[in-house]
Ligand binder design. Structure first.
Ligand SMILES: Cc1cc2nc3c(=O)[nH]c(=O)nc-3n(C[C@H](O)[C@H](O)[C@H](O)COP(=O)(O)OP(=O)(O)OC[C@H]3O[C@@H](n4cnc5c(N)ncnc54)[C@H](O)[C@@H]3O)c2cc1C
Length: 364
């Protein structure tokens, strides 16, 4: 444990100032709680600003609002990356949320019945802590990337900005999710593109009969199916491809392959027996979560947080914004507010119990 002195005490410390951290911040402010939001990056909306230049949301503006402030503009359009970053920045400032930038948290531990939240230059004491550090944290690149020779430029999708990020010639995009499909589609305008699809995802159209896909998901109640329901369990195990299909991409000239299995020199091989000589590779191979800095026993043997709708067994410790934390919407802009509201209620009742345990015991 570090000896950094505790400089402040707060009822609640929120770790992470993305959409999840801001959404819980909104509710905490409404409740009049004493709280702060610690954000590692030196600017707001860092996760969105770090995504590729041409990114457009797959949720229309109608479904991109956090609590208390509507996403601006025409509701049926699909906002750009920069519009989301600007909206989140504006959100924090208009609602006057206490976001401390350049404040990466290195450790959260149990101390004196509450929590000690450690940064490199200071430590905070908190009665309750919300971990809102994002569903997509550490870029994952398969080990075979190390076998590629120096002259093959290869980067994770988080480092991809535009076709200019890559050399001329033949580019392999590895990963058959939304990111892989969208980057392959963009590169098809300027490069010979190959896409390696490890496991097929169910393609869903972006719009059906003039309406956005999420309108149907919402109206049919699919977005409120929880991980505890049978259909929710089935949906959470199956990723979906929104607005793209392998066929559509092939029409754009992209050649599709099976799972990437090996590389020798600049030749990459796939499990369908095909191979290709590449000049560049984009690893759209997803992320791993890293909660190793949270020194509280709330994880299973594979390091996943054990919780019920974000509430852990360690009193006063919560997660928010995890993928499928409660429903499909848990890690989406327009739906994170529902879990945020739930956690905010838990926080309020914890605070009330702490303030007057006898009153609460008497009432039950
Ligand atoms: C390519 C892509 C496209 C997407 N498109 C859509 C879409 O169209 N519509 C939609 O609704 N959703 C979309 N999502 C999903 C989701 O909305 C985003 O991933 C969103 O960024 C998640 O918000 P968050 O606040 O949970 O996490 P993040 O935005 O990742 O924010 C977490 C914050 O925590 C900070 N942090 C991390 N660790 C620490 C630490 N130890 N100490 C302090 N701060 C820390 C980070 O710097 C970051 O700012 C997309 C996701 C991706 C990857």
């Amino acid at each position: 444990m570090s000896n950094t002195p505790v400089t402040e005490h707060h009822e609640v410390v929120v770790v992470g100032g993305g959409q999840a951290g801001l959404a819980i911040g909104y509710h905490l402010a409404q409740q009049g709680a004493d709280f702060t939001i610690l954000e590692a990056a030196d600017r707001p909306a860092a996760a969105w600003r770090d995504r590729w230049d041409s990114l457009r949301l797959f949720t229309s503006a109608r479904y991109d609002s956090l609590p208390g402030l509507a996403f601006p503009g025409e509701p049926d359009r699909y906002p750009t990356r920069d519009e989301v970053a600007d909206y989140l920045t504006d959100y924090a400032s208009r609602l006057d949320l206490p976001v401390e930038l350049s404040s990466p948290v290195h450790a959260v531990r149990r101390e004196n019945g509450g929590y000690r939240v450690e940064l490199h230059d200071r430590a905070y004491e908190a009665d309750q802590v919300v971990i809102a550090t994002g569903p997509f944290q550490t870029p994952f690149v398969p080990a075979l990337a190390e076998r590629l020779p120096d002259h093959v430029v290869h980067l994770h999708s988080t480092a991809y900005r535009s076709p200019a990020s890559l050399p001329e010639g033949r580019i392999l995009v590895v990963g058959g999710g939304n990111t892989g499909f969208q980057i392959a589609d963009e590169l098809a305008g300027s490069h010979e593109v190959h896409l390696s699809i490890g496991s097929r995802q169910t393609p869903l159209p972006q719009r059906i009969a003039g309406r956005d896909l999420f309108w149907y998901l919402d109206r049919t109640g699919l977005l409120s199916k929880t991980t505890e329901s049978r259909i929710g369990r089935r949906m959470s195990g199956r990723d979906t491809l929104i607005g793209s299909t392998p066929r559509g991409l092939r029409k754009r000239g992209v050649q599709t392959h099976g799972r990437t299995v090996d590389a020798t020199g600049s030749t990459v091989r796939f499990d369908d027996g095909t191979q290709v000589d590449v000049d560049g590779v984009v690893w759209a191979t997803g992320f791993r979560t890293d909660h190793s800095w949270i020194d509280v026993p709330v994880f299973d043997e594979s390091g996943r947080p054990v919780h019920r709708r974000g509430v852990t067994e360690s009193a006063g410790l919560y997660f928010l914004g995890l993928s499928w934390q409660h429903t499909r919407g848990s890690a989406l802009l327009g739906w994170v507010k529902e879990d945020a509201e739930h956690i905010a209620r838990e926080i309020a009742s914890f605070q009330a119990r702490e303030a007057d345990p006898e009153l609460i015991a008497g009432a039950s």
